[in-house]
Each structure stands twice: as C-alpha cells, then as structure tokens.
Design a protein around this ligand. Structure first.
Ligand code: ZN
Ligand code: ZN
Length: 741
C-alpha cells in the first residue's frame, strides 16, 4: 500500500508506471522487509495484481472514488480552514521554513524519497521498527505532496492517504474496523497548579516532554498488549492515525471486545495508580464498522464513548495521600524528596518525573526507547507503563545498540541513522528555555528582568474545523493533525533556533502542544507569539492570545488564570481575526493584531538597544513621554467607553462622554504645545498618528456620529483606537524596560 503511493509520486518526476516504481522500491527494501517478517513474494504479487485489490482501502481513506493522476500543477490544495491555500509540493522541512510559499518540485521530493529508501534498505529490523521508520519517511517527505494531481485528489496529502489506507488494509483479516481513542486528561491543569516560582521552569519544561512520552507510551502499550493477547502482530504503528496534543486515535481491526477491555482496563488503572490521578488516561473504542462507513460518523461514536468513559473514571477515582506535593499542592501517597541548592522539594510522582526530565532536557537532543535496564550516559532514564525511555541532552551520544526506537527531536536532516535493529521516529517538541551561561541551569523569570510578559494562545474554532476534516474521511483527519504539528510543534522550535539572538535568553516556551501555547519572557515573548500567529494565519488558522505583563515573582497559577481569562475575552471579540489581548488600561482592554504587536515590539527593541539620543539620561524627556502616554490613555479610555456603551445599547450618557473626550484631546494638545519641540520629538518617535492635528482630524468623523449604535461599526473609531493602543503600548513597554536598565 505504502509502496504504491510512493511509486505514484516517483512517476511524477521520472515518468513511467507507478507500479514499476513501487516494484523498484520493493526490490531495494526486500532485505529489510524479510528481516521484519514481511513476505516479499506476497507483496510482489499484490503489486502485480495492480491497484485493484487495494483500491477499496484508498477509497475508504479518501471517502470517494479513486482520483486519476497526471493533470494539474502538482500542488497540494488545503481548504480545511475555510480558506483555500496552495502549498508544495514540498518536504515538510521546507514548509516549516518557508510556510505556504514552500515549493520543492518533484525532483527534490523523489530524490529525498530515494535516499531514505536506500538507507532503510541497507538495514534490518522487526516489523514495529520498520513500520515506524516507513511512516517517518512518509511524514517528512510526502505530507505536502498531493495524492493525485487531478480534481479532488489535489486536496489530499499523499502521506495521509498512504498512512490511512495502510491502516484500513491492516484490518483485512477481520474485514471490518473499529476506532480506538485515548484521551490524556489534566495536561494543562497540572501547569495551572504550580504553586512556587523557584524550580517552576524546570518543572514545566519537564512536563511538556513527559506528556509527549506518556502519550507515546500509552499507544505503544496498546499495540504490544493487544498483539500479545491475540498472539500475532495484528497492530502496528500504522494503526495510530493521530498522536498529538493529548489525543490518540487508532484505526484497528474489528478485534474482540474482551481483548480490548482487558488491555484498556490494565493501562488505565496502571496510569491512575502511578500518577494518583494527577494525569489521567481514558481509552474507549467504537463498535465494528465496514470500511465503507463514513469516518466522521464513526469518530462521533468514538467521541461519545470517550465522554462516557471519562465520566466513569472521574467518579471512580479519588486521591488518598497524606502528604502534600510542594510543587502542585495535591495530596500524594508516594512522596519523593529532592534537594536542590539547599531547598528541599517534596514531590508527588508526576512532579518528580517532570523534575527529573526537566533536569535532563536543558537542551533536548534525542529520546530513545531502551531495550534494557541501567543508565544511559548523560541522559535521564524514566519508566512509563513499563517502557523505559532515555531523555538525552544534545551533547549525549546515542548508543544505538541499546535502543529499540530512536526519536530524533525536531529532526529533518538525518532521521534515519546507520544502525540496524532500531526503528527511527521524529518528535516535534517545542520546549526551549533560556539557560545560564555560567551554571548551565535554567534561568527563571526573575533572571531576565523586573517585569515579565506571559502569553497563552489557542487557535479559534479548532473543534469545528476538526469535525469538518473528519467528515471528509480518515486521510483528511490525519492530515489535519499533521498540519497542526507542522504549523505549531515544528515551526515553533525552528523559529526559536533561527532567532536565538532574539529569543534564546529571553523567552520560555512553557507549554506547547498543537495549537495550545503558553510562553513567558520579556517583550520578545510577544514577538515570538505574533510570528507564530502570522504563520498560522497563512494556512487559514486564526489564533487568539491573552497576554499579561506582570511581576516575575507572580505565582504561575495566577498568571495562568489571568492569561486564560484574557484569552477567552479576546475570543469573544473575534474568532476569525487573530488578536492579542495585550494589556488593560484600568478601564479598557488593549487588543491588537500580530502585525501591530510586532510594530510595538520593534519600537521597544530599537529604543532599548539605543535609547532616544536627544534625551539620553534626561529625566524631563522621559517624564514628558509618560505624560504623553497618560493623556493618550485617557483619550483611549473614553473612546472605548463610547464603543462599550453602544455595544450594550445604553446610550444615555453618551453626550457627557463625548464632551469628556473633546476635553481630553484639548488637554493633550495643550500638553504638546507647551513642550513643543521636545514633545514633537517624542511623538515622531512613537507614531505620527498621535500628533495633535492628525488626532483631531481622526476624531472628527467620530464626533459627527449621530446614531449611537454606529460606534460599534465605525471603522474610524476602530482605526483611531488602534493607533492610540499602539502608541500607549510602546510608551508603557519602553517605560518598563528603561526602568530596569
Ligand atoms: Zn505534584
Ligand atoms: Zn486548542
């Protein structure tokens, strides 16, 4: 199945029959297939019989008739987010680097495919390792290549078809399938519970990594436990369609429910025991379906089953420990004590694991599932659900002889190493945090300045878009998750490492899983999130963000709640436009687009690098700037009040407000005129839009508004508020920064 899709893509660069190319790949891979127990003769026969036998699986994956190939320009058309975007054909790496404009062409795609096949062909490995490695190749090379170049085929990723059709095909002996889902609960809640600021960064960083491993461990355990109980390899990594951001969806053969129940109960209770409910896992599955059944319907059934299961677990579970964890504050019956810098930490199992992983992963290099017990040089070894993982810093050397699966982290360059009996996978993890040049330990927010900015971001309408993808079939659903990984989990770390000078010492990626992001730092945290939001928008994804400027000592759980509230508030303003809730003046929120936020940050950057020359060290200059800021804030508040009145339909006090607004502008003009040259120097630096003459002109159409409800729709009002908001934020952030330097 997978060879056929690869052969099809190869024929686009080299001409000829897809089947012949598939055969060529088969010959190159015959040794590794044989070592994995795959009968090469059978595969050859299946290819010789042509696509006919496999067509039903392709058609199940794309939920429609097999499209023909050989027309169109070979780009992938993405329209999952209500906007059509053309991308590729390109390697995943190119899409991470170049966004929607990435174009590699089929020559590059096919030469990458040929290289990987040649590498893999020289190795030997078991079936689980082989499938893992083949999927890695497919994901990196074929995600942004269309399955077909004609009609609807251009809208479906070749990798997504290859993976999902192979999953359908794997159900063959049973003829029918189920969906099985895993929900990891409590991932975000554990972050919101962190009570202390000291050690918090290490803890948080450890959690991001741990959650990924944990999710992986659950999927792996399901595969292996089911195979053991059935007594044959009915499941493999091919059955895992989605494995990101706390969600696992598997398409599996119509196995007996007794087998599944046994495995699931065992895993669920082991997790709950191990982590005392701090992080919980629920597993549920659907009834048995024909492969022709609509994927969206079956997925809905799965979601309902997970919901019921979650409720059951919630009721069953209660924590009965007598100690309180000093990190998350929850009771625990299994306390571990760690001493760091003379400080004693009493930790529950989950916080303890996070702490250890956070320590090992100052600069994450790779991870590995180990075959044996014992330490692994320079790495932290942890056991999750009986699976032993090594978490290794980037200076650790891989001892491939001891690894079962090697996980490259954000690895595009060289995912397949030259050792046999290892499977090769890639994880995209966004976990960068600044470390001290001297001690090599993680910095804290206090280390980077007298104030901090934290931002919580989340994409709008994801639930709706995801359902829409599911309605189009399993391949579209899988691609949806691949795209989120590309835009967030893979682009995030790339953006960071490309701009180490900007972010390396100032931005903490506290949590990042798919479209959910929580970061902190100085003003450059805003720069980072604004760029991520712009990239997402290129693909049609609108991301909302709530920011908070706060003292670095503020407890993490308070910051978390506050940014979360702002995130919700900004989503109420618009779910179509990406917006950042940046600050609150005391009477009005300041909400800006990513591009406006970048303008503000650029201003702050320029002026902290080189303070305004004329007024360097001049107290009067600075204080004048802040007075300008106060007057502008006053005007902004009044404009917002007008808008808010109109929105609530309570226009009674409008005339009074308008009078105050005019008075505010008069005061501002007076302030500027009194300090003429120096005031204009300040204004020219901040924004010519707030020069009194222009401000008055911008205000005129707003003052002329007769019908109060007009304020809500007035473009002039929105534009003026935006100009003011940018100016206010420039002054405010500059002030905070200049105070600390
Ligand atoms: Zn804890
Ligand atoms: Zn989300």
């Amino acid at each position: 199945m997978m060879l056929l899709v690869m052969g099809r893509v190869r024929s686009r660069a080299l001409g000829g029959e897809p089947r012949d190319h598939a055969n060529k790949y088969l010959e190159q891979l015959s040794n590794v297939f044989t070592s994995a127990g795959v009968n090469v003769g059978d595969v050859r026969k299946a290819l010789a019989n042509g696509a006919a036998g496999l067509r039903s699986y392709i058609e199940a994956a794309i939920q429609g008739p097999e499209p023909s190939d050989g027309c169109g320009d070979g780009q992938l058309i993405i329209d999952l987010f209500g906007k059509e975007v053309r991308v590729g054909p390109a390697l995943m790496r190119s899409v991470v680097e170049g966004g929607v404009s990435a174009r590699d062409g089929y020559k590059t795609i096919v030469s990458a495919l040929d290289d990987y096949v040649a590498r893999l062909g020289a190795l030997s490995m078991d079936k689980e390792q082989l499938m893992t490695t083949l999927l890695t190749i497919g994901r990196l090379v074929l995600s942004y290549v269309p399955y077909s170049t004609c009609g609807v085929g251009s809208g479906i990723s070749a990798y997504a078809v290859m993976h999902t059709a192979a999953a359908y095909a794997s159900t063959e002996p049973y003829g029918r399938f189920r969906l099985l889902g895993v929900d990891i609960l409590g991932i975000q809640e554990v972050i919101g519970r962190i009570q202390r600021t000291g050690q918090a960064m290490r803890q948080l960083r450890g959690r991001s990594v741990l959650v990924n491993l944990f999710q992986n461990a659950v999927a792996v355990r399901i595969i292996r436990d089911v195979n053991r109980r059935v007594g044959s390899d009915v499941l493999s990594p091919i059955n895992v369609l989605v494995n990101t951001g706390g969600e696992v969806v598997m398409l599996i053969p119509g196995l007996d429910s007794n087998v599944l129940d046994y495995v699931i109960n065992d895993i669920e209770s082991k997790v709950n025991e191990e982590f005392e409910g701090r992080v919980r896992v629920v597993v549920a599955y659907t009834g048995i379906h024909d492969i022709g059944n609509r994927f969206g319907d079956v997925l809905r059934e799965l979601v309902a089953a997970l919901g019921r299961r979650r409720y059951g677990i919630w009721r069953r579970f209660s924590v009965g420990g007598k100690h309180l964890c000093s990190m998350c504050g929850m009771p625990t019956g299994k306390l571990s004590v760690e001493t760091i810098g003379g400080e004693e930490l009493r930790l529950c199992p989950f916080c303890h694991y996070s702490h250890r992983v956070g320590t090992a992963s100052r600069r994450l290099g790779f991870m590995a599932e180990l075959r044996d017990s014992g330490g692994y040089g320079g790495c932290e070894v942890i056991e999750l659900l009986g699976i032993r993982y090594a978490v290794c810093p980037d200076n650790a050397r891989a001892d491939l002889g001891r690894e079962y699966i090697h996980y490259g982290i954000n690895e595009f360059q060289n995912p397949i190493l030259r050792a046999s009996n290892v499977g090769y996978s890639v994880l995209f993890l966004n976990t960068r945090m600044p470390i001290s040049q001297d001690t090599g330990d993680l910095l804290t927010l206090e280390d980077i300045g007298n104030y901090a900015i934290s931002v919580k971001a989340d994409a709008n309408k994801m639930g709706i878009f995801k359902k829409g993808a599911a309605e189009r079939g399993a391949a579209a659903y899988l691609f949806f998750s691949t795209l989120l990984t590309t835009v967030f989990d893979a682009y995030g770390p790339w953006l960071f490492t490309q701009n180490l000078g900007r972010y390396g010492n100032n931005v903490f990626i506290i949590y990042s899983g798919g479209d959910d992001i929580f970061i902190a730092g100085d003003h450059r945290a805003l720069d980072y999130i604004a760029r991520v939001m712009r990239r997402a928008l290129d693909f049609g994804i609108s991301v909302a963000a709530g920011a908070l400027i706060h003292e670095p000592q503020m407890p993490m759980y308070l910051v978390w709640d506050e940014t979360d509230e702002r995130l919700e508030a900004v989503k109420d303003v618009s779910r179509d436009e990406p917006l950042i809730y940046l600050a609150h003046t005391g009477s009005a929120p300041i909400i800006l687009t990513p591009s406006d936020v970048l303008e503000v940050v650029d201003y702050v950057n320029a002026n902290t690098a080189a303070p305004p020359g004329e007024y360097e060290g001049d107290v009067i200059g600075k204080s004048l700037m802040f007075k300008v800021g106060e007057e502008l804030t006053n005007i902004y508040n009044m404009l917002y009040a007008l808008y808010a009145l109109a929105r609530q339909g309570r226009c009674g006090s409008r005339n009074e407000l308008v009078r105050e607004l005019v008075r505010g502008v008069v005061n501002y003009t007076y302030l500027v005129n009194r300090n003429r040259d120096r005031a204009y120097a300040v204004i020219n630096e901040i924004s010519s839009n707030v020069e009194p003459g222009r401000l008055t002109n911008a205000l005129m159409p707003i003052l002329r508004i007769r019908d109060c409800s007009e304020y809500v729709r007035s473009r002039e009002l929105t534009e003026l508020m935006k100009s003011l908001a940018k100016a206010i934020m420039k002054i405010d952030l500059y002030r905070k920064i200049s105070r600390q330097t």
